[in-house]
Design a binder for this molecule. Structure first.
Ligand code: TYM
Length: 334
C-alpha cells in the first residue's frame, strides 16, 4: 500500500526553498488517496544546539506552516517526532544496521560539520539513520523532499534492504521512493545562483522567509541578483545564467507551471519587466500563507490540538511496526 511521509526540522525560519521544495508539495499530495504523514523533526533539530526555551515554539511554527499551507489535520497525520518514542527505538536498531562507510559518504554531514568534525555532535553524524527510521517506521513508499535530501533517501533504501536481508525478513521494509519533482526542488540564493537558498546564509537578502511581510518579499525580489540580458526563449538558453535560471524556476514553481511555459511568456523581456511580475506573484501566493501562520501562532491552542491528535494517530501506526521489529531482531518478549 502507498504511504506518503515527510518532515521538516524544527530549527527556525522557513524559507521559499522549504515552501516550494517541500510544504507546497505536501499539500498537493494530501488528496491522492494515500495516507499522508507529516512531522516536525525536533529530534533532528537538536543535532545542533537549540535553546530549550525556544524549541517548542519552533516546533509550533513548523506545524503552523503545515496548517497555513493547507494541510488538514483531519486528513494528514501531523505530529512532533519526539512525541512518538518509536522513532528513537528504531533509530538505535538502524544504527546497528548502517555501516560507518555509508555515513562517511554523507555530504550533508561534511557541510554541516565544516572544519570541526571532532567537535560535532554524534547525533549530527548519525542524523541520516534517524531519518531512515522516520521513514521506515511508517513503511512509507513515497517521500516528497527537495533535491538536497536525495542522498539521505538512498541511505534509507540501503538500510531497508540490509535489515530485510540480515534478519531474513524479505519485503518487511519497502524501498521508499524520493519524490523530487518540478521546478522548485532546488531553490537557489537570491544573491548567488550557485548557492542553495538556506537559513544558514548570513545575508537575509539571500532568502525569502515565510515570516516576511508583503513589502519585504517584493523588495527582496527586486534586489535579487540577475544579469543584463533579456530572458531566452528556451530553457537551454538559461545555461550559464544561474541567477536567471533560478528566478525563472521560482516563477514556474509558484505558478504550478514549467520553466518552458514561463519562457514562452517572458522570453525576450528583461529583468526590469520580469522582476515586478515575479514579485507580484510571490506576494499573492505567499502572503496568505504567512498571514495564516501569524494568525495561528498568536494563539497556539489550535496548533497544539492538531499536534496532539496527530501524535496519537502516529503512535497507533508506529507501535505495531516497532514491536514487530523487536521480535525480528530477537529481543526478549515478556
Ligand atoms: P530541512 O528541514 O532541512 O528542509 C525541509 C525540506 O525543505 C527542502 N529544502 C529545499 N527545497 C528546495 N530548495 C531549497 N533551497 C531547499 N532547502 C530545503 C528539503 O529538501 C526538505 O525536503 N532531513 C530533513 C528533515 C527530515 C525528513 C525526514 C524528511 C527528517 N526526517 C524524513 C523526509 C523524511 C531536513 O533536514 O529537511
Amino acid at each position: 500500500p502507498r504511504r506518503i511521509l515527510s518532515g521538516i526540522q524544527a530549527s527556525g525560519a522557513l524559507h521559499l526553498g522549504n515552501y516550494l521544495g517541500a510544504l507546497k508539495r505536501f499539500t498537493a499530495l494530501q488528496d491522492t488517496g494515500a495516507p499522508l504523514f507529516v512531522f516536525v523533526a525536533d529530534m533532528h533539530a537538536i543535532t545542533v544546539w537549540q535553546e530549550p526555551e525556544k524549541l517548542a515554539a519552533q516546533t509550533r511554527e513548523i506545524a503552523a506552516a503545515y496548517l497555513a499551507a493547507g494541510l488538514d489535520p483531519a486528513k494528514a497525520v501531523i505530529f512532533p517526532q519526539s512525541a512518538v518514542p518509536a522513532h528513537a527505538e528504531l533509530a538505535w536498531i538502524f544504527n546497528c544496521v548502517a555501516r560507518l562507510g555509508w555515513l562517511d559518504r554523507m555530504t550533508q554531514f561534511k557541510e554541516k560539520s565544516g572544519k570541526h568534525k571532532e567537535r560535532s555532535s554524534v547525533g549530527l553524524y548519525t542524523y541520516p539513520v534517524l531519518q531512515a527510521a522516520d521513514i521506515l517506521l511508517y513503511k512509507a513508499t513515497e517521500v516528497p523532499v527537495g533535491e538536497d535530501q536525495k542522498q539521505h533517501l538512498e541511505l534509507t533504501r540501503d538500510i531497508a534492504a540490509k535489515f530485510n536481508n540480515d534478519f531474513g525478513a524479505p519485503g518487511f521494509f519497502p524501498q521508499p521512493e524520493p519524490l523530487i519533482q518540478g521546478p522548485g526542488t532546488r531553490v537557489m540564493s537570491l544573491r548567488d545562483g550557485s548557492a542553495k537558498m538556506s537559513k544558514s546564509d548570513p545575508s537575509d537578502l539571500s532568502r525569502i522567509n515565510l515570516t516576511d511581510d508583503a513589502d519585504t518579499i517584493a523588495a527582496k525580489i527586486k534586489k535579487a541578483k540577475s544579469d543584463m540580458d533579456v530572458l531566452p526563449d528556451t530553457v537551454e538558453g538559461l545555461d550559464g545564467r544561474p541567477e536567471a535560471k533560478n528566478l525563472v524556476a521560482i516563477y514556474a514553481a509558484l505558478s504550478d507551471t514549467t520553466r518552458e511555459a514561463v519562457l514562452a511568456e517572458f522570453g525576450g523581456q528583461g529583468f526590469g519587466a520580469f522582476k515586478p511580475k515575479l514579485a507580484e506573484l510571490a506576494v499573492t501566493s505567499m502572503a496568505p500563507v504567512t498571514a495564516e501562520m501569524r494568525r495561528l501562532m498568536a494563539d497556539p491552542a489550535e496548533i497544539d490540538r492538531a499536534l496532539a491528535v496527530g501524535a496519537e494517530r502516529a503512535r497507533e501506526v508506529a507501535q505495531p511496526v516497532v514491536d514487530e521489529v523487536k521480535k525480528i531482531v530477537g529481543f526478549w518478549q515478556g
